[in-house]
Design a binder for this molecule. Structure first.
Ligand code: UDP
Length: 461
């Protein structure tokens, strides 16, 4: 160990699915004796503090080892933070100099010297800050290894004529790596935005990011060897350290942007084992009003207990608002429960939950996997289509919900796929096997457990 206590500057991409796992990784490092400075945008910092329960020192961002700090994201108040490439450009301009300042300031006498950086895989510019300030750095992908590796492979995809210089597919199918099934190029993460400009800007940003990658001393991802074996066999540079056990830090902020409605756990306690459909679409997905209502009617039609996380803006495409079909609440009564933000970790671990209607964000995917819960997949954008392929085509623990010619997933389809999933015992059995793999990897002697140790050592030395 060096002269100083190890002190990591942790920089997540400012989105919910990045802040949660990076904060949990921070707690994990704190358990290994690190001090942590966790950097967020002012906007998200305020949300995390606002959403945290019970007043406590943690609420002010002062855990014993973890310090939360925040900077402006460079956007004006009221600008749309869901506009991902604009947000990405703004932080790339606004944040590097602030990070450098923070690091240099930490070198002054009496300060806690920052000794290393952990940088989100999509923030290559932050690795440049590590290089300039002479810090060791790790790149962390809160995605599957497959998603990360496809982004790293952009130059090769262009060279092989699979996508063009703007990331637009030239071939329909290709093989991402030996041992994995053929993949549709439309499912590459940058091609999953709905408008062409976002696809192009996202591709450009990821390509630029790639140019900084060599700076990182270590590249890790929130996955485990057993669930993505072909990738780790063929591309050993990225090491899996997951599934990181998010959300199990009692009384500590784990980075949620919305307050969790924990009353639904009492409701779950009253439901029979293996009976409840859990429905949640992460932090970005939006539906137009027609689809939102069709989904509500589909859940009604299933005639089973359900718990549905209805974020305040879930039904907000085209300026709509959450509006349930007429009489919906009365008809479902206590059979269905809607909350604005669920304690998802606890929900998925609950024995009453039978299946997960999910947008297949990577965190949600891993959380379902590590609880042995089969899926109904309804991807929205970015890497969610790749994750759906893992769930349905590789692991075979879920079914796809597919929009019809009108672009709508009908209530009848929802009902029939739910029924099919409940009847398919093979699906559940495979989900339980995968759960065991996931746990084995993080237990003493497991691959992720060992990878955490070597990652921690690499940053400490
Ligand atoms: N989440 C939650 N309550 C909800 C919905 C989501 O706690 O009602 C959490 C979920 O457990 C996961 C994260 O929010 O850790 C969402 O990340 P994911 O990668 O699944 O999706 P994203 O929000 O990035 O689309």
């Amino acid at each position: 160990m060096g002269h100083h206590q190890p002190h990591a500057l942790v920089v997540p991409y400012p989105a919910q699915g990045h802040v949660i796992p990076l904060l949990e990784l921070s707690y994990c490092l704190a358990d290994h004796g690190f001090k942590i400075t966790f950097v967020q945008t002012d906007f998200n910092h305020a949300r995390v503090i606002g959403a945290a329960s019970a007043p406590s020192p943690e609420k002010e961002g002062l855990t014993d080892r973890i310090r939360l700090v925040s900077f402006s994201d460079g956007l004006a108040a009221g600008e749309d933070r869901n506009h991902l490439w604009k947000l990405s450009l703004a932080i790339k301009n606004a944040m590097p100099s602030r990070l450098e300042e923070l690091i240099r300031h930490s070198n002054e006498p009496g300060e806690d010297k920052i000794t290393c950086m952990i940088v989100d895989g999509s923030l290559g510019w932050a690795l440049e800050v590590a290089r300039k300030t002479g810090l060791r750095s790790a790149e962390f992908w809160p995605t599957s290894a497959l998603t990360a590796v496809m982004i790293m492979a952009i130059p090769k995809l262009i060279q092989d004529g699979i996508v063009d210089e703007d990331g637009v597919p030239m071939k329909e199918m290709f093989q991402p790596c030996p041992g994995l099934p053929l993949m549709n190029t439309a499912n590459l993460s940058w091609n999953c935005f709905r408008d062409a400009e976002s696809r192009k800007k996202s591709f450009q940003r990821l390509s630029q990011n790639n140019q900084m990658r060599h700076i990182a001393d270590v590249v890790i991802c929130n996955s485990c060897q057993e669930i993505e074996l072909p990738i780790f066999t063929h591309l050993p540079r990225i090491r899996p350290i997951g599934p990181i056990l998010t959300g199990h830090r009692l009384g500590k902020p784990v980075g949620h942007f919305w307050p969790e409605d924990t009353t639904c756990i009492d409701w779950l306690d009253e439901q029979p084992t293996n009976s409840v459909i859990y429905v949640a679409f992460g932090s970005f997905t939006m539906f137009d009003q027609r689809q939102f209502q069709e989904l509500a009617l589909g859940l009604e039609l299933c005639n089973r207990p359900f718990l549905w996380a209805v974020r305040p803006d879930l039904g907000a495409i085209h300026g709509g608002a959450e509006a349930y079909p007429r009489g919906f609440r009365e008809r479902i009564g206590s059979r269905g429960r809607m909350v604005s933000w669920a304690p998802q970790q606890k929900v998925l671990a609950h024995p009453a939950v039978a299946c997960f209607v999910s947008h297949c964000g990577w965190n949600s995917t891993l959380e379902g996997v590590r609880n042995g819960v089969p899926f109904l997949c309804w991807p929205y954008f970015t890497d969610q289509f790749l994750n759906q392929s893992y769930i349905c085509d590789v692991w075979r623990i879920g079914l796809k919900l597919v929009p019809d010619e009108d672009g709508i997933v009908s209530k009848e389809q929802i009902k029939s796929k739910v029924e099919e999933l409940f009847l398919d015992e093979g699906m559940k059995a495979r989900a339980l096997v995968l759960k065991d793999f996931a746990y084995a990897s993080v237990r003493k002697g497991g691959t992720s457990f060992e990878n955490v140790k070597s990652f921690v050592d690499a940053l400490r030395s």
